[in-house]
Design a protein around this ligand. Structure first.
Ligand SMILES: [Cu+2]
Length: 124
């Protein structure tokens, strides 16, 4: 009986894998530097990002020469899939990641994915 009584709560918790970002202002910024260089974290040569669940990544186009977007690689886990708008220079878009896991991301413009790619790790 006691377990039965907990079931609605447990189901609610499971279905609530998504929760409100407690601090949406604090994003890891990923710059879209250029088609040659690809994505870069601030003050880093890496395009690999790590965030806590509920945290966000802000993609910023720093490239005067091309539009870019950021999107999960085809075949990514559906609960981590994302796709930003096509961003022109100085435009940005925030993406909140609520589900723990790893997702590879690319720029989907033209053939940019060959150089513009990275990984987002969402930690518990
Ligand atoms: Cu691009």
């Amino acid at each position: 009986m006691r377990i039965t009584g907990l079931m609605p709560l447990l189901l609610w918790l499971v279905s609530c894998g998504e929760f409100t970002n407690p601090n949406p202002g604090a994003c890891q910024v990923v710059r879209m530097v250029s088609t040659q260089t690809g994505f870069r974290l601030a003050n880093s040569n890496s395009a690999n990002v790590s965030v806590k669940a509920g945290g966000c990544v802000e993609f910023v186009n720093d490239d005067a020469n091309s539009v870019h977007n950021a999107q999960s690689r085809p075949g990514a886990p559906s609960n981590l899939a994302f796709n930003t708008a096509i961003l022109t220079r100085d435009q940005s878009q925030k993406v909140v990641f609520n589900i723990v896991g790893e997702v590879e991301y690319i720029c989907g413009v033209g053939s940019h994915a060959t150089t513009m790619n990275g990984r987002i790790t969402v930690q518990p």
